[in-house]
Design a binder for this molecule. Structure first.
Ligand code: PLP
Length: 446
């Protein structure tokens, strides 16, 4: 039997008459209070791997080992020492050819964070300009980035930190609304870049359709030095048996005569150890030379021992795929459970919609307009930490106060279920409260 008994009526709250809505609200308040009385402390804020997932790679802690020659790369290079090629070990770069769609020569492994590589690329562009550009970006009167939204808050934080104007672009379920992107990029020479999380996007879970990739690669841009920041953080992070397929953006850009347009990023943060993995950058030969020229001032070279460890553990693309299956077996039930609980508690009331992502780390919950911040606050009162409402939008402002990012990966399954229940109860209270207020009826508790 479902632990979530059917509540009547199962009709959209907006269609209830005033008395029925008051009764619904009182019931929602009582259920929320009963949940809060349990004094739970549940964290659904960030997309972090769980300890059980991290355990999958504990062998890394023993690698490469201390036996004679264990620290030698394939060509005999001593990974304990400084090393000639800033791009890192060829055998480590070879792990990612499929993931980033580039040959080994066009792949570089930074240290542990792809976000740091994206940050550095933006700073190099601001200070020095990019290949094909007439001047450093900072010389432009007003620099702008297109920001498909909702999106990744840390992308937006980089732009905000460097005074880059953010222009939100709606997402369609198959990637950004290309009519909007094409119009803006063609009209404004100050628009220098665009954030893209093209597969299992954070947080909406969508993957850019082939047509979208094609149009991004082909579109005329007013800025000759326009760049796609292609953050393929979830390239192999499938949650169901039918993995999404993403077109190769580097190849598409080359074909359309814009070989330098895409800067591709990925990492093993959610494959091996978060924050202690390998970060990857791939791009055209000119962009690689540009990036390495500036990087050479910053570092003598990356941590090759970590690269070696990863090569020994992962071996090749098949090794990565097998590991991702093991992640999936841990993650998929958590995502499924959240979906089941939302359906059981929220279905039919017309106050929320959510996605069942095929991959990635997030569920995107869209609630009744104007109810997201209140839902997050009520969830907090019920002992559930969620990322602040609005954080998934540029400047932290969700114009509709609608989107909530749910991150079910970290807590154990039973806690994920409890947290989903608490979020749903908070939402029912927030949404019924909002409706009462809109009708000018007393009784709202919040
Ligand atoms: N890009 C996206 C879209 C992410 O969601 C995350 C982490 O949540 C990152 C990048 C961070 O990656 P890294 O640990 O390689 O810096």
């Amino acid at each position: 039997m479902s632990p979530y008994p059917e509540r009547e009526p199962r009709s959209p709250l907006a269609t209830l008459d005033d008395d029925a809505l008051r009764r619904f609200h009182a019931d929602a308040a009582a259920r929320h209070a009963a949940f809060a009385d349990r004094r739970l402390s549940l964290d659904m804020t960030r997309g972090k791997p769980s300890p059980e997932q991290l355990d999958l790679c504990n062998a890394l802690l023993e690698l490469p080992g201390s036996g004679q020659g264990a620290w030698q790369a394939a060509d005999g290079a001593d990974c304990r020492n400084y090393f000639g090629d800033l791009r890192g070990l060829p055998e480590a770069r070879a792990l990612f050819t499929g993931m980033v769609g580039a040959p080994v020569e066009q792949i570089l492994i930074g240290d542990n964070s792809s976000l740091a590589l994206m940050h550095d690329a933006i700073v190099h562009a601001l200070l020095h300009g990019v290949p094909g550009g007439a001047a450093p970006w900072r010389h432009a009167a007003s620099i702008g980035f297109l920001c498909p939204s909702p999106g990744y808050d840390r992308h937006f934080a980089i732009c905000e930190g460097y005074g880059i104007r953010m222009i939100p672009v709606p997402l369609t379920g198959r990637g950004p609304d290309m009519a909007v992107v094409e119009r803006l990029a063609a009209a404004d020479a100050g628009i220098k870049g665009m954030w893209c999380v093209p597969q299992y996007s954070n947080p909406t879970g969508e993957t850019y359709a082939d047509e979208v990739v094609e149009r991004l690669a082909a579109m005329p841009t007013a800025a000759a030095d326009f760049r796609l920041f292609w953050d393929n953080a979830y390239a192999v992070h499938h949650l169901d048996g039918a993995p999404a397929r993403l077109a190769n953006v580097l190849e598409a850009c080359r074909r359309h005569g814009h070989a330098d347009r895409a800067l591709v990023f990925a990492s093993t943060s959610k494959i091996t150890f978060a924050g202690a993995g390998l970060a990857v950058f791939a791009s055209s030969p000119d962009n690689m030379a540009w990036f390495m020229r500036h990087m050479a001032r910053r570092s003598i070279g990356p941590d090759k021992l970590n690269q070696l460890r990863h090569v020994r553990l992962l071996r090749d693309a098949d090794g990565i795929a097998a590991l991702m299956q093991a992640h999936r077996r841990i993650l998929a039930p958590k995502f499924r459970r959240v979906g089941e609980i939302f359906t059981a508690l929220l279905g039919g009331y017309g106050v929320a919609s959510w996605n069942a992502p095929q991959g990635g780390y997030f569920i995107s919950l869209d609630v009744a307009d104007g109810a997201a911040a209140r839902t997050v606050a009520l969830a907090g009162q019920a002992g559930i930490a969620l990322v602040p409402a609005g954080r998934t939008f540029p400047y932290g402002r969700d114009p509709h106060d609608r989107n909530i990012r749910i991150a079910p990966s970290f807590p154990p399954l039973d806690q994920v279920a409890l947290a989903a229940e608490g979020v749903a109860l908070s939402l029912l209270l927030a949404a019924s409260d909002l409706l009462l207020r809109r009708r000018g009826l007393a009784g709202g508790t919040s």
